[in-house]
Design a protein. Structure first.
Length: 250
């Protein structure tokens, strides 16, 4: 009898677990609208969208292309592939790069020092040589110098010397004093320009979660065709989404 009463009491207890409401995942405010890369993707489609360097490297690996180098080099490699539909033969860069890296660097660097056979490295010794040559207190290697060395390795140019790197540095220094068209490498600054213009807009001042709003608007601009620039019209176009982000408590 006591067992029956105990069972009745237990059955009368409220069952809380079955009444719990499970959270439902919300879809992202700005889904990625960029097409997935494939060999059938047109050059026009690829060029219409913004790609990060790690994405370009992944595309190169997927397509069987060399995945090292600067962002501009990766992007040019992919556009050549989409334009011709052919995968170029593997360069000899790996072989000559290995020769240079495994050769003990010459401690006495001169203009006539050959880069590959004498194991040139972008190290402290080389930095001191260039600082003394250009008569500056501190010298910084440039991406153009690194690209020139990679190019020499690709071509198997055993004759290229330190003087060649000096010429590359001086040429790049002169070109920076002249106005030039935006290169693929310079496009990496598009995000910084977008945020700068977003912050200059008087309508964004005092906005709650301001940086999160900038990120969400940038993703929308980044993942659709067209200029990757900020426009005040974006605030009106995505007003509903901005309101949700502004109300979100960080």
């Amino acid at each position: 009898m006591e067992a029956v009463l105990a069972a009745d009491k237990m059955s009368a207890l409220p069952i809380v677990l079955t009444n719990q409401i499970m959270p439902i995942a919300k879809p992202p405010l700005f889904p990625n609208t960029r097409p997935q890369f494939s060999r059938d993707l047109s050059l026009k489609q690829f060029s219409a969208y913004y790609w990060y360097k790690d994405e370009l490297a992944a595309i190169c690996r997927q397509a069987g292309l060399e995945a090292s180098g600067t962002k501009a080099e990766l992007q040019n490699r992919i556009t050549d592939f989409l334009r011709t539909g052919k995968i170029s033969k593997r360069s000899r860069r790996g072989h000559f790069s290995q020769i240079r890296k495994t050769t003990a660097a010459n401690t006495a660097i001169s203009l006539s020092s050959r880069l590959i056979p004498e194991g040139f490295k972008f190290n402290r010794t080389a930095r001191e040589f260039f600082a003394k040559y250009f008569n500056v207190k501190k010298f910084s290697f440039t991406k153009e110098m690194a690209a020139a060395l990679r190019d020499a390795e690709k071509r198997g140019d055993l004759a290229m010397t330190v003087a060649g790197l000096v010429a590359v540095y001086e040429k790049n220094k002169r070109s920076k004093t002249k106005p030039a068209r935006q290169s693929a490498e310079e496009k990496t600054a598009q995000w910084n320009n977008f945020v700068r213009d977003f912050n200059r807009d008087a309508r964004t001042r005092g906005m709650a979660n301001r940086m999160q709003v900038a990120v969400l608007l940038w993703r929308q601009v980044r993942d659709r065709a067209g200029a990757k620039t900020y426009s005040p019209q974006l605030l009106d176009e995505f007003a509903a989404q901005i309101k949700k982000v502004s109300q979100y408590k960080t």
